[in-house]
Design a protein around this ligand. Sequence first.
Ligand code: 5GP
Length: 206
Amino acid sequence: MIERNGNLIVISGPSGVGKSTLVKQARTELPYLEFSVSCTTRSPRAGEVDGKDYFFLSEYEFENRVQQGEFIEYAGVFDHRYGTLKSEVLHRIRRGADVILDIDVQGARLIRQASLDDTEIARAAQFIMIVPPDVATLEARLSGRNSETPESLKLRLAGAKSELANFRLYDYLVVNDDLDTAAAELISLLKCMKMRTATIKGEPFA
Ligand code: 5GP
């Protein structure tokens, strides 16, 4: 029998690109997928649940976890701090689960860097970026969302453009023009990851 480690699947995409909707659809379609719940110092939005959407921490609690070495990566995004806990990821990939990390470009870059001297991460990490068909579409979607103050909207738009400029950091690009098409593309990518040779444990054919 072929035994595998799981994949550590980094998914990034600028604010407003439809990333959460796509990831949600993929998780419904592929229920074996697990999700890394990040820590953040931002306040919960309406409907967000602590421990499910994020672990909502104070600056002090976040810094404590940084000092304790609890994060695989952490970064400042907009005015707040976000980080991926080792405890959300490593034991899961060791038992063969595919874990999705919804993190920004800085976090993706840190995981790429970590993979240079950590073979476990190098074998597991796969990088997907979700992009809009063009910047104008993204602007329209983001201002239609109405969840941001004008100030934060401006910040997110500027952030979006610089995120998109980093697309070559990723292995795969999913263009979200039509939602169903993008969801189908994302799902087929995630299915393919189950067939990667890099995650196979030992020498099953010896
Ligand atoms: P939001 O505040 O809209 O939930 O997320 C803002 C941005 O932070 C998104 O691009 C999201 O991918 C990113 N993000 C969420 N969690 C993490 C994390 O643990 N690490 C990093 N680097 N970025 C994160």
